[in-house]
Design a protein around this ligand. Structure first.
Ligand code: COA
Ligand code: MG
Length: 298
């Protein structure tokens, strides 16, 4: 598992935003060649993204990923062939129907890595796993045969709404996502966990509402997501904070682990008047592991 907390989308045709992104706290940038770029600026964006990747080969404090066009779109292969020259850390694949396209992308990457002298397998994949109607019915295909390059999965509610013929994706009274979108979210989470990939939370579109973002991050983290997509530079710090275990959480996890160590052989113990058993011990161990993975990245 890779544990990138914040993934900031940057339109690939904007030099100003690319530079701004590079100075941002985001753990990774997603240089976008898809929806943020209009068709007539596609080749400008490709060249800009390749040059940006080449000029920023040190990825120790921030990874550089690229979102290409969907594989069934005429632009996708040229997107890939161009940006691989800059050795991106990974490719974000949108509008996926099933694992078939993720595996196909993996094969393309193998060829391009050979061309560029990159170690085979080095380029990772994040799939945007819920943007088509079919995608809601094909999650099981990821469990059958999936490339090891697929290290992260996220979901989307905007394109999915279009695909389903929905006029909106949220209940206008409660503001909650409607059923189909919650299904997409839960399937994405479960599938990612089942294949040991990182589940990544969906964008918070109202980028001026930082309080709303914070609450959404807390909710995602509680559900099991390990990071979140950002669309505005102001969002990264909040995402980083929320997806890093706090001192308080670490101290509690440590106490849970210690109490089990005190009573070896016991499957159930009590702490602060609460019953703890194996799932609580595993959660505590996961919290410590997550914190060390995040620290290890820096
Ligand atoms: N990455 C890097 N820099 C960004 C940025 C981003 N995603 N979004 C905004 N900025 C920069 C702006 O250029 C501006 O910089 P400046 O002060 O040097 O001019 C600064 O941050 C403040 O931006 P702000 O004025 O608050 O927002 P905006 O109105 O310029 O832009 C959006 C709003 C939504 C258009 C912009 O945030 C954006 O392009 N987001 C990414 C969209 C995207 O990639 N979508 C596809 C995936 S869903
Ligand atoms: Mg486009």
């Amino acid at each position: 598992m890779i544990t990138i907390r914040s993934w900031l989308f940057v339109p690939g045709d904007s030099e100003r935003k690319l530079e701004k992104g590079r100075r941002n706290a985001a753990d990774a940038l997603i240089l976008d060649l898809e929806d943020a770029v209009s068709d007539n600026r596609q080749s400008i964006a490709r060249d800009l993204v390749r040059n940006f990747l080449q000029a920023n080969s040190d990825r120790s404090s921030q990874k550089l990923w690229v979102r290409i066009n969907p594989l069934d779109h005429q632009f996708s292969l040229e997107d890939l062939a161009t940006v691989l020259q800059g050795r991106p850390d990974g490719i974000v694949l949108p509008k996926v129907h099933s694992s078939t396209e993720v595996n196909r992308l993996a094969d393309f990457l193998t060829i391009l890595e050979a061309r560029e002298g990159i170690n085979v397998g080095e380029t990772r994949i994040l799939s945007v796993a819920t943007e088509t109607a079919a995608s809601l019915l094909t999650f099981h295909t990821y469990l059958e045969n999936i490339t090891e390059r697929l290290v992260a999965m996220t979901w989307g509610a905007e394109d999915l709404a279009v695909a389903l013929g929905a006029t909106d994706n949220r209940n206008p009274i409660t503001g909650e996502y409607d059923d189909a979108f919650l299904l997409a979210k839960s399937q994405c989470l479960a599938t990612a966990r089942a294949i040991n990939a990182q589940p990544v939370g969906v964008v918070w579109l109202n980028f001026r509402d930082l309080n709303g973002l914070k609450n959404d991050c807390i909710r995602d983290r509680r559900a099991g997501f390990l990071g979140k997509i950002a669309i505005h530079p102001d969002q990264s710090v909040i995402i980083n904070e929320t997806f890093t275990p706090s001192g308080e959480e670490l101290a509690y996890a440590q106490r849970v682990i210690e109490i089990f160590e005190q009573y070896p052989g016991l499957g159930t113990v009590s702490l602060d008047g609460k019953m703890l058993d194996m799932p609580h011990l595993k959660q505590a161990q996961n919290t410590i592991k997550l914190a060390s993975q995040i620290k290890g990245r820096k």
